[in-house]
Design a protein around this ligand. Structure first.
Ligand code: OOG
Ligand code: NI
Length: 468
């Protein structure tokens, strides 16, 4: 029998092999990431594994797909459900992007700490928003919806196997093999000719709309390995002649702890595709839809920490607007050094980041009573705090990743009122609850806190308590 986490690990590995064969620059990205990770591990020893074992980090990938309808989204949720991946978080890219990105998104990922440690594969999954009149007028909307209703992304056999894996938590070996083959195939780029006129009609609105609704299949549009030093990776990719986008998204490079998520990518490459012209002839053209991305993950921030992150982002935006000649990265670093706590201990004491706690073997043995506040327990050597790694995404960075790979700006009519798609609507469309990332980190933290409380026979406290 093959268990869900084994299916997930095998799926991630096979998808990565397939993508590497089809998009060779991705293989370079994976090789350089591994090289950098090994070096960081040699230089920093076990500290390099503070946010995940090297085994986890080396195998770690996320991918991204885009689908057109709630029906397709429910089906893909079944495929990911088979792999022990569930929807977490809601991202409205329509609002986060300056150009036309008519999608809302969630991420399918394992939610449980042990499962994440086994294999944290996640897929950022976006759904087209044809009902948003800022992008689609009534005529185009109905053509688009018709087109989408007539296609099938996932064969019934794949979905039946997926349901079985999810219901029983495993698959017999032969079925597992079949499931993996069908699942990987469903995310390959299809050789079927693309209707050129239809694709271009959608492209005028948004390149993302064309990528989703202009073809009869879906595909992984990027895969992302994890790296322990993203600046070094950026330098080495550039040295190897691979053109990277001009920024690293997310927090700046600074001397304090790594928080949340930093990402960068190489631009989508023009790939030859069969195109069907209006007279029925098939020609070869080129479409830019697949790229490679890399990311460095840091500590998960609490709601308060995240509010601070967002306010610093706004501050950096303001300063960049008023000083267009200045370097954004340097401005951001200065802002962070002024306002973001510079150590894990301070993040903890101020309730800005999530940690798990463990009783220290070498805790005071002089008969003294442990203090009540968690930061004091850590400071006085009763308890050790381990940062919880951020497992999710950032809307602004995601919009940046979309945008840097669009062929044009597209068009967007801001005189129209946007259609109200929110997390509850998306949950309804998937037919599964979308979990709140903060709640997941908090649960993980609280479980360790409860354990420490029992072991030290303390009055119950919460991990969010601050130094007074
Ligand atoms: C998804 C872009 C978002 C990330 O890492 O933020 C993303 C897409 O291009 O479909 O993957
Ligand atoms: Ni990504």
């Amino acid at each position: 029998m093959t268990s869900q986490w084994q299916l997930r690990a095998a799926f991630a590995a096979r998808l990565s092999d397939m993508y590497g064969r089809e998009v060779p620059a991705y293989t370079t990205l994976v090789d350089v990431s591994r090289e950098v990770n090994e070096e960081v591990l040699r230089t920093h020893g076990s500290h390099a594994e503070r946010l995940g074992s090297i085994h986890r980090v080396t195998a770690e990938r996320h991918g991204a797909i885009r689908v057109g309808t709630p029906r397709e989204l429910r089906q893909v949720a079944r495929v990911f459900g088979a792999l022990g991946m569930y929807p977490v978080g809601f991202y409205d890219l329509r609002e986060a992007a300056a150009s036309a990105v008519p999608v809302i998104s969630t991420a399918f990922r394992p939610v449980d700490g042990e499962e994440l440690a086994r294999n944290p594969f996640r897929v950022f999954t976006s759904l087209l928003t044809p009902a948003d009149p800022r992008f689609f007028d009534a005529g185009l909307r109905s053509r688009l919806e018709n087109f989408l209703d007539g296609r099938e992304l996932f064969p019934p056999e794949l979905l039946a196997l997926a349901d079985r894996a999810e219901a029983t938590g495993e698959l017999p070996e032969e079925e597992a093999e079949r499931f993996l083959q069908l699942a990987v195939r469903a995310f390959e780029l299809s050789p079927e000719p693309v209707d050129k006129a239809w694709y271009e009609t959608l492209e005028r609105v948004s390149a993302v709309a064309a990528d989703i609704g202009g073809v009869r299949s879906t595909h992984i549009n990027h895969l992302t390995p994890r790296v322990l030093d993203i600046e070094e990776l950026y330098r080495r990719m550039t040295e190897r002649g691979i053109e990277m986008i001009d920024t690293i998204q997310g927090p700046p490079s600074w001397r304090g702890p790594d928080v949340l998520l930093r990402q960068t990518s190489f631009r989508a490459l023009a790939e030859p595709r069969a195109l069907r012209t209006p007279d029925g002839a098939v020609t070869t053209g080129a479409l830019r839809v697949r790229f490679g991305e890399v990311e460095a993950r840091g500590i998960a921030l609490t709601r308060e920490g995240r509010a601070l992150y967002d306010s610093l982002l706004a501050l950096v935006d303001e300063q960049t607007t008023s000083r267009p000649e200045a370097n954004r990265g340097e401005l951001a670093r200065t802002v962070w050094e002024q306002h973001m706590p510079g150590s894990e201990e301070q993040l903890l004491a101020q309730g800005l980041a999530y940690f798990t706690y463990q009783v220290e073997a070498g805790r005071p043995q002089d008969g003294s009573r442990p203090p009540a506040a968690v930061a004091d327990l850590v400071e006085q050597g009763w308890v050790r705090a381990e940062p919880i790694v951020y497992e999710d995404f950032l809307p602004r960075s995601a919009a940046g990743i979309f945008q840097s790979n669009l062929s044009g700006e597209g068009s967007r009519n801001n005189d129209q009122q946007g259609a109200a798609y929110d997390a509850a609507w998306l949950s309804g469309a998937i037919g599964r609850e979308i979990q709140d990332p903060f709640a997941l980190y908090e649960q993980q933290q609280n479980r360790s806190v409860a354990q420490v409380t029992r072991e030290l026979r303390l009055a119950p406290f919460t991990g969010q308590e601050r130094l007074t």
